[in-house]
Ligand binder design. Structure first.
Ligand code: ATP
Ligand code: MG
Length: 438
């Protein structure tokens, strides 16, 4: 994808140059090119006004017109072409009240967030324009704000989460002055809409290093403001024989660290699987216990994800993963029927991955996980959801009364079928007659 984007971007810049305008690759694509990382979108910055851009690209579509961004198609690829601009007077920690189009590329760089995101590249000559020491910070692996960090985070509080996200994704450090400014401005994050916080959080969780992301959210003071329930895990002790890694917060972060390219649902479930441990902590017996923490954890997770405006389908999946995360614990004593029902859980692959990460995060051998995998391998897939042997109507025809008993008998028949004790409708009839007719 990156190569096609670059070709398309060169094409678009050449057209702008031919018409007498300056045009550069800007932002993330330049950063990622210098880091030899793939990228999926390409932003072009130009001195041409949106009207001038539109005149050169017949299919141009204007988006966010007040910010001067035009979408164009080039070689079948969509590109964003934005007019150089400066932003003015942020009154609400979110959006500039007005923007001014500029002809000087430097002005456009100075309104950007971090030095590594402030590089411009002339794609026709390969020249890099670096007004903010972005290359030095790329080399030193540092996320540093452009300009006065305190001012820049007060202008737009979302940048604080972006700093964490880029640091985690790239494995960079946040410059001490930039980190101190986040700590100072952290409460302003509450002015940002839940949707925008959610989107940054989702990226932090699913990009390359969610564990570092949460270490930084904690260090920066943002964590108790956006996810107080996770901050509350800090200092909640666990029984050392089961959790030598330390407190619930340490365990949760380790669990995030063991995920490999997780789905969003799995990453959220790893974050939230023990969210009810602070509330269920009980050491009255002389030993620390968190009895039944999975169920209250599921309802806490629902509340948190609803607050963050995740879609219902995501919420339902995460809630199920959290609610069921302890169900593997007695898998060595579990009969076939119960085990097969476990395999039918929604998003079972994620459920199993959560088990793997949860076990590793407790410094536990993967014995349970390996046993589950071995048992799965022994079960032919068609035996997980075998066809029903009898219907409720069949039972009524046998003389059983309509009502709750019918459901009970059907369940018992399925259990015996999953256990391998029944395999035909006649078996099932005989079973029902002997067990439930008196
Ligand atoms: P990604 O790889 O996540 O897309 P990106 O750097 O391309 O990273 P975008 O959100 O696509 O980030 O934004 C493109 C560019 O716009 C950034 O590189 C940065 O220069 C600028 N930018 C984006 N958001 C902000 C912001 N909130 N404040 C200042 N500049 C911003
Ligand atoms: Mg981008």
């Amino acid at each position: 994808m990156s190569l096609l984007l670059i070709d398309a971007g060169r094409h678009a810049c050449a057209r702008l140059h031919d018409a007498g305008h300056q045009a550069f690759f800007a932002g993330g694509a330049v950063r990622d090119r210098l880091l030899s990382r793939p990228f999926t979108d390409l932003d072009i910055a130009t001195c041409a006004t949106p009207a001038q851009v539109a005149a050169l690209f017949p299919d141009a579509r204007t988006v966010g017109a007040s910010f001067g961004v035009v979408l164009v198609q080039c070689l079948g690829v969509e590109l964003q072409i934005a007019t150089f601009r400066s932003d003015h007077s942020y009154s609400d920690h979110r959006r500039p009240c007005s923007v001014t189009y500029e002809t000087d590329p430097r002005a456009d760089v100075l309104r950007r967030d971090f030095t590594i995101n402030g590089l411009l590249e002339n794609p026709l000559t390969g020249e890099i324009l670096d007004y903010v020491n972005g290359r030095a910070d790329l080399d030193a692996r540092i996320i540093g704000a452009i300009g006065d960090p305190v001012v820049r985070f007060a202008e737009d509080a979302l940048r604080m989460l972006r700093a964490v996200r880029f640091a985690a994704r790239l494995g960079f450090a946040i410059h001490p002055a930039t980190l101190a400014a986040i700590q100072q401005n952290a409460p302003a994050i509450q002015a940002i809409s839940s949707e925008r916080v959610r989107d940054e959080l989702s990226l932090i969780l699913t990009e390359s290093n969610p564990r570092q992301g949460f270490v930084l959210l904690d260090q920066s003071g943002l964590l108790p403001l956006i996810l107080p329930e996770i901050a509350a895990m800090r200092g909640v002790a666990q029984p050392p024989e089961y959790h030598p890694e330390g407190d619930v917060f340490t365990h949760t972060l380790l669990c995030l660290g063991y995920l490999e390219n997780p789905s969003l649902e799995l990453a959220l479930a790893a974050l939230l699987h023990d969210v009810a441990k602070p509330a269920t902590f009980n050491d009255s017996s002389g030993r620390i216990r968190f009895d039944g923490h999975a169920e209250p954890g599921a309802s806490l997770a629902r509340g948190i994800l609803t607050r963050l405006r995740y879609p219902n389908a995501v919420i339902d999946s995460v809630v199920s993963l959290v609610a069921n995360h302890m169900r593997f614990m007695d898998v060595d004593r579990m009969g076939q029927a119960a085990f097969k029902r476990l395999l039918r859980l929604p998003r079972f692959d994620d459920q199993l991955e959560l088990l793997r990460a949860d076990s590793l995060a407790a410094l536990r051998p993967l014995a349970t996980y390996d046993l589950v995998r071995r048992r799965i391998a022994e079960i032919p897939p068609e035996q997980i959801r075998p066809p029903r042997l009898l219907t409720g109507g069949d039972l009524i025809a046998m003389g059983f009364p309509a009502g709750p008993l019918i459901g009970e008998i059907l369940q018992a028949i399925e259990t015996a079928q999953l256990d391998g004790a029944l395999s035909t409708p006649d078996d099932a009839r005989a079973f029902a007659a002997s067990r439930f007719h008196d």
